[in-house]
Design a protein around this ligand. Sequence first.
Ligand SMILES: C=C1C[C@]23C[C@@]1(O)CC[C@H]2[C@@]12CC[C@H](O)[C@@](C)(C(=O)O1)[C@H]2[C@@H]3C(=O)O
Ligand SMILES: O=C(O)CCC(=O)C(=O)O
Ligand SMILES: [Fe+2]
Length: 332
Amino acid sequence: MVILSKPAIEQFSCIRNKQAATLFPPLIPLVDLSKPDSRQQIIKACEEFGFFKVINHGVPMDFISRLESEATKFFSLPLSEKEKTGQPKPYGYGNKRIGPNGDVGWVEYLLLTTNQDPNLLGTENPESFRIALDNYMAAVKKMACEILEMIADGLKIQPRNVLSKLMMDEQSDSVFRLNHYPPCPEVVQSLNGTSSNVIGFGEHTDPQIISVLRSNNTSGLQISLRDGTWISVPPDQYSFFINVGDSLQVMTNGRFKSVKHRVLANSVKSRLSMIYFCGPPLSEKIAPLPSLMRGDQQSLYKEFTWFEYKKSAYSSRLADNRLMHFEKIVAS
Ligand SMILES: C=C1C[C@]23C[C@@]1(O)CC[C@H]2[C@@]12CC[C@H](O)[C@@](C)(C(=O)O1)[C@H]2[C@@H]3C(=O)O
Ligand SMILES: O=C(O)CCC(=O)C(=O)O
Ligand SMILES: [Fe+2]
């Protein structure tokens, strides 16, 4: 990561939390995948938060730590080596700039598509990095598929692979991202309850169906509650966190809401996160599942394909409400 001089760091968005801290912030929903009632818990969490933590997920810890160690080696390489993986257009190595429309954050990342061999030029041992990525992604994909099938069961819709088949399709447009947030010297903490923070990854919702996130033990991730308050997600390196994305919001006709989230930089520890974004094939129509529509219930959204949504997303800024352009104007 390039160390920024003082004037350069001023371009980073800072946020000021003037609001008094909530005394009893709600706990992040926890789902134990080995428990028989996990389906109902997942549905409740998707309706109330669009977010939950998963334990007993079945992803071998060995796959997780191997990828973490490869990623750590990658991000410690000199900038010129990391840049050999190509600029993020949208796939490749990116530093501070997020997306094509002027967003910046205190982060560097490697963004990969899951259906092509990644360009790992510049890495010390491309073969061992590739194996670590393949093992991790295969295990996480399996877990994501199970979660989507549990969602279908919980919603009482059939067939149970109605959602999972989209990300299991050979043509699925899923994305994988490694984010590294180095310690940020500019993070200011004060004792009077007001804190000024540097944005690592600005607020946004994920466009896909669900996202499966794992991080090391460094805090920073926050989710926004329905009333707009931000709550910090305590890190847990042994668990996964699931985000409802915009596409699942549409497929449930708004019953689930995609969760707004962001990452704040840490003053002392670096954060490493790995996110698998489960996307459908480009040609797939994104629309409310017919079996979820009762009586004369109308779709809240215009018809669109994942390709159209993605194209529109890539012309938006991170914090934009991307679904707004696809909402129907319903006469009341
Ligand atoms: C600013 C942007 C980055 C992003 C594409 C976009 O124009 C708007 C959506 C962003 C996002 C958020 C979730 C994922 O991290 C991501 C890969 C995605 O699919 O949508 C990023 C995009 C990106 O970094 O390329
Ligand atoms: O790095 C993180 O913890 C979250 C990043 C994120 O939300 C994203 O890459 O879409
Ligand atoms: Fe995200």
